[in-house]
Design a protein around this ligand. Structure first.
Ligand code: PA5
Length: 460
């Protein structure tokens, strides 16, 4: 069965701090406007991510590359950051359980381990480089712009190490980048390094269904065809302007209304499945970097996304969600079929605190805890909604990805911002270039030099 979205607990007056009834009543009209704006953006070619599930040629770039290198590697290392890293990490965690990496090569049936280096912390990189056998490692250099400082620095290190080890770089490097722009394309041509495309109209945080996610996924044996099929099915579901049948529309509109009409400007994503832990982090980037913006007429908007994990965070953040300020929505992700469920033995029938657990399963306990938490939040007037997947498999993960990507476009229109850009990160980059001495950054250096310097009176 396809993904279900239950938003009963988002609405006031049943849930005291929920979306006011009159706002929800006029929502369908509001949504028609937003859906039409998104349709116009699609027609203009700006929403390339919507075409990824149907782009068989692009999918085949990843599948064919993975097939041609089958059995060649024990370790795949993605070098990338932001949208170039969070998608591959989410796919790995969702569709390759963490214990996969601990199994020996034989039991892994030849599937390589996937590592994602998304930071320039030298300790992490050094630790990985001593751990892997370079002769059995493929490095995927993922950068849409082909110029991101962190990724380029990592690349230069790996490039040098492969050369020093006397290895053929064309067998140990592959680029995933813009088809035309950036520093990586000409290097690929000059050095004969294979390069896969991120379509020009697909930005970093919307790129997981391009080779950014599909290449590492295919290399570790994830069913990319099923993933794209699930995404396509959700794309079709969300092609309607009928809000009652469009889950991305309902999600976006309810979150926006909760923020703007009920003061719930913190949007928590809380899956009840370890496999979706990193999916919540992927969502955080998508929602934050797309929606946190200065409005064209001035003033700032943007909900603050937060990742949580059930049941773990019931013993951590849920206290805040229940009794802290009523400024949050919580979106639960439930999984109907707890694959590999474990029965809890009834070892102590005479011990009241243990005996009620006996004969139930861990999966049932997890699911009951999710329902109990949702009910408890509703009882306290805290708005929440639940997405339910039959199971965590490629098709359902594809559905989830597409739902939230489309919801982000709708939310951009609702907030009145461009969800596809990220001008706010630019100044920090310019200052970094200036301090690292990149040519052309002299103006940024001068601006940096005018900033207040650490004041000894304010340092303790
Ligand atoms: O979503 C985005 O556009 C960003 O988070 C980018 O993915 C990130 O800055 C990395 O950029 P690039 O892929 O160009 O190296």
């Amino acid at each position: 069965m396809a993904l279900r979205l239950d938003y009963t607990n988002m609405l006031a007056p049943a849930v005291a701090h929920g979306v006011p009834a009159d706002a929800w009543q006029s929502a369908a009209r509001e949504f028609t406007r937003v859906h039409e704006a998104a349709a116009a953006q699609r027609t203009s070619g700006a929403l390339g991510f919507l075409d990824l599930p149907g782009d068989a040629a692009l999918r085949d770039q990843s599948v064919r590359f993975a097939e041609s290198r089958s059995g060649s590697y024990d370790d795949i290392v993605v070098l990338g950051i932001g949208g170039s890293a969070l998608g591959p990490v989410a796919l790995r965690t969702a569709l390759r359980p963490p214990y996969w990496n601990l199994l020996d090569a034989k039991r892994r049936r030849g599937s390589p381990r996937l590592h994602v280096l998304d930071n320039v912390d030298p300790r992490t990189m050094a630790a990985l480089l001593v751990q892997v056998d370079l002769a059995r490692t493929l490095f995927i250099i993922t950068s849409k712009s082909g110029g991101t400082a962190e990724t380029m620095a990592q690349y230069l290190i790996v490039h040098e190490r492969l050369g020093a080890a006397g290895l053929d770089r064309t067998r140990h490097l592959v680029f995933v980048t813009d088809p035309r722009q950036g520093a990586l394309r000409p290097i690929a041509e000059r050095e004969g390094i294979p390069a896969l495309d991120i379509p020009s109209n697909v930005g970093g945080r919307f790129s997981v269904l391009s080779p950014v996610g599909m290449l590492p996924a295919a290399l570790i044996g994830i069913d990319v065809a099923a993933l794209l099929k699930g995404a396509a099915a959700m794309g079709d579901r969300c092609a309607t302007s009928d809000l009652s049948r469009n889950p991305a529309g309902a999600y976006a509109l309810l979150q926006w209304l909760a923020d703007t009409h009920a003061g719930a400007h913190i949007h928590v994503m809380m899956p009840y499945a370890d496999a979706l832990r990193d999916f919540a982090s992927w969502f955080v980037q998508l929602w934050a970097e797309s929606l946190g913006k200065i409005l064209p007429a001035g003033g700032s908007v943007g909900p603050t996304p937060l990742a949580a994990l059930g049941a773990t965070d019931q013993h951590s953040q849920v206290q805040l969600f229940m009794e802290g300020p009523p400024d949050k929505t919580v979106t639960f992700i439930g999984v109907a079929d707890a694959q590999g469920d474990i029965e809890i033995p009834n070892a102590y029938p005479d011990v009241r605190d243990l005996s009620y657990l006996g004969g139930k399963s861990l999966g049932a306990l997890l699911d009951v805890e999710r329902r109990a938490t949702a009910g408890a939040l509703a009882k306290r007037g805290r708005p929440n909604m639940t997405m339910t997947l039959d199971r965590v498999d490629a098709a359902h993960v594809g559905e989830l990805i597409m739902l939230l990507e489309i919801a982000t476009i709708y939310a951009g229109a609702l907030y009145g911002v461009d969800p596809l850009n990220q001008p706010g990160v630019e100044l920090g980059k310019q200052f970094t270039y200036a301090m690292m001495g990149r040519p052309g950054s002299e103006a940024a250096r001068r601006e940096w030099d005018t900033l207040p310097k650490p004041d000894p009176r304010h340092i303790i």
